[in-house]
Design a protein around this ligand. Structure first.
Ligand code: PLP
Length: 228
């Protein structure tokens, strides 16, 4: 695999940033309130470096065994790491060592595994918008108790909710459900106002429903290399 940056990377990054600005303006929102996370999974560390040179700072990864060495090889750049994949309880403390944000807290056993002494970590509660719990994410009805547990646990800072729009549902509808669930959670955790939602194909809809953290991969990186 070549380490050369994919052609057009700067143009695609600029294009997505412009599209975020346009969608924000249409929604009457300030684009400065929206964090663009470029999801670099399956791509080499050199791509992260290239994006950092273009001014990108927030990066997302979804597999611990890939993210850990990648982050370790990039400690010289100014990067903020977001873990967006399913999290195993027995790996949680290791992920916390390099991740600044964890977007996929979805059960009480993870709260205990992540909490405690050490560098504080910002967390999102993941809401599952499907009926298939194997996809990760908590049911909406489980969110208030989960939020309470996080608030009571030192070392964790609850930022808000994360979700992936399911196939077969209009994304805008799905994101509206996340926004409504967020209102429920904020009765318990008034400061948990962030919404991590919106990917390459649906980020404009996510912005219309209040997304604060977009997780965008292929629209910027191009197609992902096959996992190796
Ligand atoms: C891969 C991934 C993304 C980015 O998806 P694209 O369609 O490439 O933009 C966003 N969120 C999660 C949780 C992912 O795993």
């Amino acid at each position: 695999m070549s380490d050369a940056p994919p052609p057009g990377l700067a143009e695609r990054l600029a294009g997505v940033r412009d599209a975020i600005a346009d969608a924000s303006r249409d929604a009457g929102r300030d684009p400065d309130g929206i964090t663009l996370i470029v999801v670099t999974k399956f791509h080499p560390a050199s791509l992260v470096r290239e994006l950092a040179a273009l001014g990108q700072r927030d990066f997302g990864e979804n597999r611990h065994q890939e993210a850990r060495p990648k982050a370790a090889s990039l400690t010289d750049i100014d990067a903020t790491w977001h873990f967006v994949g399913q999290l195993q309880s027995n790996k949680a403390r290791q992920v916390r060592e390099y991740a600044d944000f964890i977007h996929t807290l979805d059960r009480e056993s993870l709260v205990a595994a992540l909490g405690g002494a050490g560098r504080p970590v910002d967390v999102f509660l993941q809401l599952n918008l499907t009926d298939d719990l194997a996809r990760g994410g908590a049911r909406e009805s489980d969110l208030p108790v989960l939020a309470e547990r996080v608030l009571a646990t030192p070392g964790l800072s609850l930022r808000g909710l994360m979700a992936v729009a399911p196939l077969g549902e209009e994304p805008r509808r799905a994101f509206e459900r996340v926004r409504l669930a967020s209102e429920l959670v904020r009765r318990t955790a008034p400061e948990a106002t962030a919404l991590s939602m919106g990917m390459s194909g649906d980020f404009a809809d996510a912005i219309r429903e209040g997304a604060t953290h977009l997780r965008i991969g292929t629209a910027i990186t191009g197609n992902r290399p096959t996992p190796g």
